[in-house]
Write a protein that binds this ligand. Structure first.
Ligand SMILES: Cc1cc2nc3c(=O)[nH]c(=O)nc-3n(C[C@H](O)[C@H](O)[C@H](O)COP(=O)(O)OP(=O)(O)OC[C@H]3O[C@@H](n4cnc5c(N)ncnc54)[C@H](O)[C@@H]3O)c2cc1C
Length: 426
C-alpha cells in the first residue's frame, strides 16, 4: 500500500495502515490508536494519525441497495461521490450536496459533514444521511440515524472519524432531469459587488460560488451560479484524470507566477460571461481535470485556510491581510452559508461568509500569515474548518466548537487523530 498522506501534504505523519476489505470484517488489533482514512482529500491532519494506524477504506466500495421509487441509495463508506453520480445520474438522481472534487468517500463526506455550493438551500451532507452503521472498537455495530441512537449519530456526522468506523450509509438522493447545468459567470470587483450579486443569485439560483483574487489593488473575482437544466440527455461520466507527473519546484507557485495565472484566469472569465449549458462535472469539479494537482506545490506541500465569519468587516480585514502578505493564492473561493441547521455536534457550516485560500508551505512565513488570519477569525467569533486545517490552536477550536465536550463523550477510546490530539492538547 502507498504511504497515505493528506491533500495538503503538510504535516507529514509516520503511521501504519491496514486496508478494510469487507464491511463485515472486525477491526484489526493494533498497538496505538486507529483512524479511518477515506480518499485523503482533507488538506491538513484530520485524516492523519501520527504513531497510530489508519484504516484505509478505499476497498469498501460496493453499492448495497438502491430504491428508485424513493431515490434512496445504501452503499459502503469507501464509495466515492463521483462513482455515485456515475450510477445515479443516468437513473435521474443526483447527490444533494457536493464538494469541489468528486474524489471524496461517503465516510469522509459524513465525517467532515461537507458542504457544497447550495448550502443556503440544502444544508450539509449529513442532513441527507438517513442512517449509517458504526463499528466500534468493542466489536459492537450500531445503526444510527436522527431518530435511532441520535446522540451517536450527531457525534458521527462531522465526527472526524473519532466515534468509530462507518461501514455503510444510506443516502437520500434528489431527482434531476439529466446531466446538464445551466451556468453563468459574472465578473465582480470588491466585497460590496460580491454581496449584491450573492443576495440576488441565492434567490434565483440553486448553486453559487465565487473565485477570488485578493490583491493589494483590490479584490476581484468571478461569480459562478447555476441550476440543473431541464434538458434530458446522456453524458458519459467524467474520465479518471491523468495524474500530475512530478513535484514542481517552489518558483512554480511564487507570487509573480500566481499573479500571472490569476490575471489570465480573470481575463478568460470576463470573456466567458453569459449563460451556458455544461455537463455537471466541469461545473462542480473544475479542479478534477488534473489528477493530483497538489504536486504543483512540491513535496513541502501547502496549507489551506478556510473559515466562516458573519462580520463583513472581519471578512474585509482577512482579505486585506492576505493581499498585503505577498503570499498570493491562486485558488481562492468565497461563498455564503445559509441558516439551515447542521446536524453534527462539530459541524463547521454556520451563517456567514466562508473564504478558502491555498498558500504554499514556506514554513515560518506561511505559518505567521495563517496565525494572523486565525486571530482575526477568533476575535470575530468565527470558525476554522477542521477538514482544511493543520495549525489551529486549542483555544480557537474550543471557542468555535462549544459542543466539543459533549462530543468527546461519544469518542471511541481506541480512535484518535493527529488533529484531535493537537486541538485538545491541554
Ligand atoms: C479539491 C478539493 C475541493 C474540496 N471542496 C470542498 C467543498 O467544497 N466543501 C467541503 O466541505 N469540503 C471540500 N473539500 C474537503 C473534502 O470534502 C473533505 O476533506 C472530505 O472529508 C474528504 O473526504 P475523504 O474521503 O478524502 O476523507 P479523508 O480526508 O481521508 O478523511 C476525512 C475524515 O473522515 C474520516 N473518515 C473517512 N472515512 C471514514 C469512515 N468510513 N468512517 C468514519 N470516519 C471516516 C477520517 O478519519 C477523517 O477524519 C475539498 C477537498 C479538495 C481536495
Amino acid at each position: 500500500m502507498q504511504p497515505l498522506e493528506s491533500w495538503g501534504r503538510y504535516p507529514k505523519a509516520r503511521q501504519a495502515a491496514v486496508s478494510v476489505h469487507w464491511r463485515t470484517d472486525p477491526l484489526p488489533r493494533v498497538h496505538g490508536s486507529l483512524l479511518p482514512f477515506g480518499q485523503g482529500r482533507s488538506y491538513g491532519d484530520c485524516c492523519l494519525n501520527e504513531g497510530g494506524t489508519l484504516l484505509a477504506t478505499s476497498r469498501l466500495d460496493r453499492f448495497i441497495d438502491f430504491d428508485p421509487g424513493r431515490g434512496v441509495l445504501r452503499c459502503e463508506a469507501g464509495v466515492r461521490l463521483g462513482d455515485i453520480l456515475a450510477f445515479a445520474v443516468p437513473r435521474g438522481f443526483f447527490l444533494p450536496v457536493l464538494p469541489g472534487t468528486r474524489f471524496v468517500s461517503v465516510g469522509g463526506a459524513i465525517a467532515n459533514d461537507i458542504h457544497g455550493k447550495n448550502h443556503f438551500r440544502a444544508g450539509t451532507f449529513g442532513r441527507h444521511v438517513l442512517q449509517l452503521e458504526l463499528l466500534r472498537s468493542t466489536g459492537e455495530r450500531t445503526v444510527c440515524s436522527p431518530a435511532e441512537n441520535a446522540e451517536l449519530f450527531a457525534a458521527t456526522v462531522a465526527g472526524l472519524g473519532l466515534t468509530g468506523l462507518i461501514t455503510w450509509a444510506e443516502l437520500q438522493l434528489k431527482p434531476v432531469q439529466g446531466p446538464f447545468i445551466e451556468s453563468e459567470t459574472v465578473p465582480f470587483r470588491g466585497l460590496d459587488e460580491f454581496f449584491a450579486l450573492d443576495a440576488d443569485s441565492s434567490q434565483r439560483f440553486e448553486y453559487t460560488v465565487a473565485w477570488i483574487d485578493p490583491r493589494p489593488r483590490g479584490l476581484r473575482g468571478l461569480y459562478f451560479r447555476g441550476d440543473h437544466s431541464a434538458r434530458a440527455g446522456k453524458a458519459p461520466p467524467p474520465r479518471e484524470p491523468k495524474g500530475f507527473p512530478i513535484d514542481l519546484p517552489g518558483f512554480a507557485v511564487s507570487g509573480p507566477a500566481v499573479a500571472a495565472f490569476n490575471a489570465l484566469y480573470y481575463a478568460r472569465g470576463r470573456l466567458r460571461t453569459g449563460r451556458k449549458l455544461v455537463r455537471y462535472a466541469p461545473f462542480f469539479f473544475p479542479l478534477d481535470a488534473v489528477g493530483r494537482w497538489n504536486r504543483v506545490y512540491g513535496s513541502q506541500g501547502f496549507l489551506q485556510f478556510q473559515c466562516v465569519v458573519q462580520d463583513r468587516a472581519a471578512l474585509g480585514a482577512l482579505l486585506e491581510r492576505i493581499a498585503s502578505s505577498g503570499l498570493r493564492s491562486s485558488l481562492g473561493v468565497l461563498k455564503t452559508f445559509g441558516d439551515v441547521a447542521s446536524p453534527g455536534m462539530l459541524s463547521f457550516p454556520r451563517p456567514g461568509a466562508t473564504v478558502a485560500l491555498d498558500f504554499p508551505n514556506r514554513g515560518a512565513e506561511t505559518f505567521a500569515l495563517v496565525e494572523a488570519l486565525e486571530s482575526i477569525v477568533r476575535d470575530a467569533g468565527g470558525a476554522l474548518y477542521p477538514a482544511k486545517d493543520a495549525r489551529m490552536s486549542p483555544a480557537t477550536f474550543a471557542a468555535a466548537y462549544p459542543r466539543a465536550g459533549q462530543f468527546e463523550r461519544q469518542v471511541d477510546p481506541a480512535f484518535s487523530s493527529s488533529f484531535w490530539r493537537r486541538v485538545r492538547a491541554a
